[in-house]
Structure formats: C-alpha cells, structure tokens
Design a protein around this ligand. Structure first.
Ligand code: NAI
Ligand code: MG
Length: 339
C-alpha cells in the first residue's frame, strides 16, 4: 500500500508524525507493507513560491497512490486561507471526493454521518456587486445536480448497508429551500427502494440538531447536503468530546479513491507546544486501513485508541497530562499487545 501524506500547517504536521509512527508499526503485519511519500503543500510553500496545489496534483495522486492522508491547513500569516481553499477544494473537486464520511463514536453506539462534499452552497456559484455600500448585493447559489446527489446517496446507502445499519435519516430543509430540497427527497426515496434492509426517514435540519443533541444514538445513518453536513458534523465532534477526536474520510464513489483527514484545523493556539491530540488522525488511520481492506490492524488500532484514551496520558484537551508523543507511545504500547 502506498500513501500520499500531506502534513500541512500547524498541528497538522505534529499529528501526522504520530500517524506515521503508528503506520510504521502496523506495516509490519501487512504483507505488502505500507510506504508513503510526503508532500510539502501548505502555508510555507505558498508563502515562498506562491504554489498551493501544484498543477496536475489530483492526477499525480490518483495515478501513483492508494489513498491520501492529510493533517490540517491554516496559517495566521494567510488570513483568508487562500492556500487552504486551493488545496482542499482542489483535491475534493479534482479527485471527485463527493462523499465525506464522519463517524460520531459515542458510548451508546456510532452515528454514521455522510456529507455531500462538492456542491450545494460550496459550488462556487454566485457573486457580489457594489461591495461595501448600502446598495451591495451578494449571492451564493445552492447548486445540486441529480447526478451528484444520486452518486452520493447510492454510495452512502450501500456503505451503510455494508456496516449493517438498519436506519437512515435524510437531513434537509425542503420547506424553506424547496428546489434542491425536493431533488434530495426524490432521489433519496428512489434510491432507498434498492436497499430494503434500510428504513428511511426524513428530518428538517433544525429539528435534527435538537434531537441529535438530546439523544444522539437514536440515529444510525445520516445523509445530508454540504452546508448542513458541515454544521451538523461539528455538533457530532462536540458530542464525542471535542475536535481532537473527530476523523473523516472523503471518498470518490466511482473510483473508491479516498482522502483521510481529521476534522480539526491547524490549531495555531497550541501549535508547537507538542500537546495536539493525535486521536483524530489515528482514527483516520483506522478508517484508511479498513478502507484498504486491512481489517485486522484497523480493529487492533481502534481498540488501542479506546484503551489509551482511558489512561492519564491523554492530551490536555481531554483533561489529561500527556503530550502528543506520550499518547502516541501509549497507543503503540497497546498495539504491541494486540498485534
Ligand atoms: P481548529 O480546529 O484549528 O481549532 C479549534 C480549537 O480546538 C482550538 O482551540 C484548538 O486548540 C483546538 N483543537 C483542534 N484540534 C485539536 C487537537 N487535535 N488537539 C487539541 N486541541 C485541538 O479551528 P480554528 O481555530 O477555527 O482554525 C485554525 C485554522 O485551521 C484556521 O486557519 C482554519 O481556517 C483552519 N482550519 C482548517 C481545516 C482543515 O484543514 N480541514 C478545518 C478547520 C479549520
Ligand atoms: Mg467544518
């Protein structure tokens, strides 16, 4: 297995160091081994030679690697995040990563959240005139194509079926946003017919947020559009115990090519202190191993993470006294007992 690794900015490279230590260990139990190349795309490169995502990068990645592991992007010296948008949106669109999967792992079960990742309000359609004056007009259009909604839902529903899920909720707002809303409802209802084991229901996003906070594990699978998914998955991260725990996978339904990244950003407030929580990135490694068919090391790592998180060497965001390095060491110790 060959990975493209993009550490990125701030704590991105700190948590990626931790991921690479764990990958080196898991590589020993995989016949073909795991190797990787590291790409320096991020703030430093942008500031020195103006390059965000080099031309042809998506093609280079898809042609030579099995998956991408990304740390985080974001740097106070680039306040508009221009480099981050170019790299993240460029990879999502260039690699057709329209399915974003974020597991919300809770004591009572896991909520499987799927967010459409390329269109909707993030399609980049819109504009503004008369900037700054009282006559200013600003428009961002919500754009969905039936093709993308279909490919997204078909992949997400079959992924849920593979996980043994029994229920799936479409989160929408078709009362207030009727055009894209009814497109989503129509495709959802049609696609569900192909998955007789999945019971579908539909919920308005506001009501969904209310119920998610009050009783999260009443939900099993959740499918939603780009903006709703962005917001709802941060609630999911908070329910889990913080951004330091939340992992995500972005997948192309056609090729299966995937990019794994923690949900958190580059955390400039703690960058360089050595206390970033590597749990989220290590959970990404779990998702990555499973995606590539290596279930045994994936299960062992997932169990090691849940054992390590019960010790006192968790990082300060979880109330512990550990550093990134110490927590990673504990995960490796647990992993040695299991592999
Ligand atoms: P952030 O996720 O970087 O940090 C939010 C808060 O959570 C901070 O107090 C931070 O210390 C804490 N935190 C986050 N991850 C942590 C971890 N692994 N361990 C311990 N504490 C952790 O979000 P923020 O501050 O809004 O953004 C910082 C930069 O990151 C910005 O430039 C932003 O644009 C970028 N960003 C990038 C993302 C990405 O690469 N996908 C996602 C979110 C933000
Ligand atoms: Mg977000």
């Amino acid at each position: 297995m060959k990975l493209a690794v993009i550490p990125g900015d701030g704590i991105g490279s700190e948590v990626i160091d931790s991921a690479l230590r764990v990958l080196r260990r898991t590589s020993r139990v995989i016949d073909s081994g795991i190797s990787w190349d590291v790409f320096d795309w991020g703030a430093e490169r942008w500031l020195t030679d103006g390059v965000g995502l080099p031309d042809g990068a998506p093609h280079l990645l898809r042609a030579n690697y099995d998956a991408v592991l990304l740390g985080a992007l974001g740097d106070p010296r680039i306040p508009d995040m221009a480099h981050g948008r170019e790299i993240l949106l460029g990879l999502r669109q260039g690699l057709d990563l329209c399915v974003n999967y974020r597991p919300v792992v809770l004591p009572g079960g896991t909520v499987h959240l799927y967010r459409e990742n390329t269109q909707g309000l993030y399609a980049g359609v819109g504009g503004a005139i008369r900037r700054g004056g009282i006559a200013e007009v600003a428009i961002d259009e919500c754009v969905y194509t039936r093709e993308t909604v279909e490919r997204f839902l078909r992949y997400s529903l079959s992924d849920l079926q593979r996980r043994g899920s029994r229920r799936v909720t479409l989160v929408h707002k078709s009362n207030a946003v009727p055009n894209t809303g009814s497109l989503w409802q129509d495709v959802f209802r049609r696609e569900l017919r192909e998955f007789p084991d999945l019971a579908g229901n539909e919920q308005y996003v506001d009501a969904f947020c209310y119920h998610l906070v009050r009783n999260p594990t009443q939900f099993d699978g959740v499918v939603t559009s780009n903006l709703f998914g962005d917001v709802v998955s941060d609630i999911g991260a908070a329910l889990m115990g913080g951004l330091g725990l939340a992992a995500s996978a972005s997948i192309s339904p056609d090729t299966g090519f995937a990019l794994f990244e923690p949900v958190h950003g580059s955390a400039p407030d703690i960058a360089g202190l050595g206390i970033a929580n590597p749990y989220a990135v290590l959970m990404c490694v779990v998702l990555l191993l499973r995606h590539c068919g290596f279930d045994i090391p994936a299960d062992a790592l997932e169990q090691s993470l849940s054992d390590a998180v019960r010790t006192e060497v968790t990082t300060p965001d979880l109330g512990g006294i550990g550093t990134t390095d110490q927590f990673t060491g504990e995960v490796l110790r647990q992993l040695d007992l299991k592999l």
